[in-house]
Design a protein around this ligand. Structure first.
Ligand SMILES: [Zn+2]
Length: 350
């Protein structure tokens, strides 16, 4: 089951009132369920996180204090998201992801809200690579939160439609991978190996996002891989959960595409024929004359010919005057093999 999250920008969040600290997924060990408080809530949609935001900013917080908020329609809204410190349970705001299910008092949560919360929990376990402890707010702090019905649900192991309740998060079945298509999110779990991780790393390097690697990428997905992916995602102008360092289909497609600033294919230069020396006639002399003129060592009277005469030698001497290390006493004023290549570079740069 994939989890769809309404980003802060999509629900119209205010700018952060002081940006919360970043928290790495590797620091998360707990998953806290909250409710809204004493009163029943009938509203669904954007107004739900917006109301929480108003309240939390009014008490001086950066914005919505929960990592996520889920309404009774089962829609998940981004608060602090996966990567920011929450403000939901003292002493557990770094280790714990806090999720509010928007109900209050003795209100019963909807099946949709519970399914969404369970799916979010499984997603959190997948992202962190561990089975996060399932907790209600009152497990970390003296409070009535998350209320009777939700607390009972947490203690029952967060059962929801499509889940067997209390079991370890469902692992993606390792299907045969074709070596190029998006392998599925299950290929990118911290500490787990998958052939796609190696390709991921190679493509990151090809796009210039491999600077963090100290050893060759793959096949085990590491925090370094995640940070490299995040650099790449941010470079696309993405943010929030779109830049969490875990490759989805969009990230994968962009990585597999040819890098925009790909290094130009290596230029091939002609190598000098061993027959070329002052006084000879050879078809390559014409090339030599062309390069000399193009690089600014002309004029060569009578060019272009196949004859390596005095005029060509004089042009080569002008080239050597500028590149004294390329002059060879024994062949001077012959261009020399290295000089011939250098001359072509200069000609190409004109
Ligand atoms: Zn709470």
């Amino acid at each position: 089951m994939s989890v769809s999250i309404v980003s802060r920008s999509s629900w119209g969040a205010q700018p952060w009132n002081g940006t919360p600290d970043a928290v790495a997924l590797s620091q998360r060990t707990e998953f806290f369920i909250h409710y809204d408080g004493a009163h029943h809530i009938t509203a669904t949609g954007k107004s739900v996180p917006q109301a929480i935001e108003r309240q939390h900013i009014a008490q001086g917080w950066a914005g919505v204090g929960y990592n996520f908020v889920i309404d009774q329609a089962g829609t998940i809204f981004e608060g602090r998201g996966w990567g920011k410190q929450g403000a939901h349970c003292p002493g557990h705001n770094i280790s714990g992801l806090g999720v509010q299910i928007a109900i209050g008092g003795d209100q019963e949560p909807s099946a949709k809200a519970l399914s969404a919360a369970r799916a979010l929990y499984d997603e959190a376990c997948r992202k962190t690579g561990r089975a996060l402890a399932k907790k209600g707010h009152k497990d970390g702090f003296a409070t009535l939160c998350p209320g009777g019905p939700l607390y009972a649900w947490v203690k029952a192991g967060m059962p929801a439609e499509g889940y067997d309740g209390g079991a370890a998060p469902v692992e993606d079945k390792p299907a045969a991978w074709d070596g190029k298509s998006f392998p599925g999110a299950g290929a990118f779990v911290i500490g787990k190996s998958h052939a796609a991780v190696t390709l991921l790393g190679k493509r990151l390097v090809a796009h210039g996002f491999g600077k963090r690697y100290t050893s060759g990428p793959g096949p085990k997905f590491s925090e370094t891989d995640r940070l490299c992916v995040q650099d790449f995602q941010k470079a696309q102008g993405w943010s929030g959960s779109d830049a969490d360092g875990y490759p989805g289909l969009s990230t994968w497609s962009k990585l597999m595409a040819t890098p925009k600033n790909a290094a130009p294919t290596k230029v091939k230069y002609l190598s000098l024929s061993s027959l070329i020396k002052p006084g000879v006639k050879h078809s390559q002399v014409k090339k030599l004359q062309e390069f000399l003129v193009k690089a600014g060592y002309g004029p060569i009277k009578g060019a272009y010919t196949t004859y390596y005469g005095k005029e060509t030698q004089a042009a080569v001497a002008r080239f050597h005057k500028k590149n004294p290390t390329l002059a060879s006493k024994s062949y001077d004023p012959a261009i020399g093999a290295k000089g011939f290549v250098e001359l072509q570079k200069e000609a190409a740069a004109k």
